[in-house]
Design a binder for this molecule. Structure first.
Ligand code: MN9
Length: 306
């Protein structure tokens, strides 16, 4: 089970769409293949980056199936199965198992104010419906709930729960989760906090920009492992230049555009998620050029050091 996560760098994959916002499965296959060729160590589909909550259940099942097919066993595929209803989440989880995903992951249910006991029951129903490792997706900025606040002890003690994808700036909370749940991996969710999260015990990472700047993430991991924290920090600064430039344009539209530079055109986002305009694309061209320079610089430094 720990093998599945380890220190793996997972790309949170976008869901390519055609101009009419229909899901483009052919481009998804091309994307998954290109990301693996680039060296990503895992693929996470149907999450925030993948606009999972903007897709129908059928579309999400098709995305998971196509990603597994394209990955062809080279790296694990994790499917996000969070949904408004327990019923839909169970359907997604069962399909994910049938189609060969390595693990599933899930946000808590949205909109209504459920108690932690009700949220736990939702999680349990999905976990019990399949025989798959499970990753709790903690993203308080979107869900209004935070695992750090407590109340999820029963959930986190389940043997199926192998990790928490922590997409939160709360590093104290992250450290407390690591301390309280040593058997549950803390997976970094904010690319801009990869190194700081590693410092408090995060192991793997799942992120929007992991594919784009994979070499930088690998370099950070290697430098940190070699005890060169200052060097790793210098790379985090470079990663954050990219993240800042993307967040200014809307990170999901931005990543759809930028993966087109090395993989495949991924089209617009599904409304109401905004897409880019011409000026946004031009600004991202500059972000991309800067990223290429940053990769070159990092490579050169690592060559000298290594
Ligand atoms: O979960 C992503 N978070 C969101 C992963 O989608 C909210 C991150 O990878 C961010 O997109 C990225 C930029 O903030 O770190």
């Amino acid at each position: 089970m720990t093998d599945l996560l380890g220190e793996r760098l997972f790309v949170a994959a976008v869901t390519p769409m055609r101009a009419d916002e229909a899901v483009d499965l052919d481009s998804l296959a091309t994307l998954v293949d290109a990301e693996i060729a680039r060296g990503v160590e895992g693929v996470y589909v149907g999450g925030s980056t993948g606009e999972g909550m903007l897709l129908s259940v059928e579309e999400r099942i098709a995305v998971g199936r196509e990603a597994v097919r394209a990955a062809a066993g080279r790296v694990p595929v994790v499917a996000h199965v969070g949904a408004m209803t327990t019923r839909d989440a169970v359907v997604l989880a069962r399909a994910a198992q049938r189609d060969g995903v390595a693990a599933i992951s899930m946000i808590p249910p949205l909109y209504y104010r459920y108690s932690t006991a009700e949220v736990t029951a939702h999680y349990r129903a999905v976990i019990d419906a399949v025989d798959l490792p499970f990753i709790v997706y903690n993203i308080p900025q979107f869900t209004g709930r935070d695992v750090v606040d407590g109340g999820y002890e029963e959930l986190l003690a389940l043997p199926q729960v192998i990790g928490i994808k922590h997409t939160s700036q709360n590093l104290f909370g992250a450290e407390r989760l690591v301390a309280r749940y040593p058997d549950v991996a803390l997976i970094n969710g904010f690319d801009e906090l990869y190194l700081p999260a590693r410092m408090v015990g995060a192991t793997a990472a799942i992120g929007t920009t992991v594919g784009l700047q994979l070499e930088l993430f690998r370099s950070m991991r290697a430098r940190e492992a070699a005890g060169d924290v200052e060097g790793a920090r210098a790379v985090q600064v470079r990663v954050n230049e990219t993240v800042e430039g993307m967040v200014q344009e809307g990170v999901f539209a931005a990543v759809k555009y930028l993966v087109g530079k090395y993989a495949v055109e991924c089209g617009p986002c599904r409304r109401p998620m905004p897409s880019l305009d011409q000026d946004g694309r031009a600004r991202l061209d500059a972000v991309w050029e800067r990223l290429l320079q940053n990769i070159e610089t990092t490579r050169a430094e690592d060559r000298i050091a290594g």
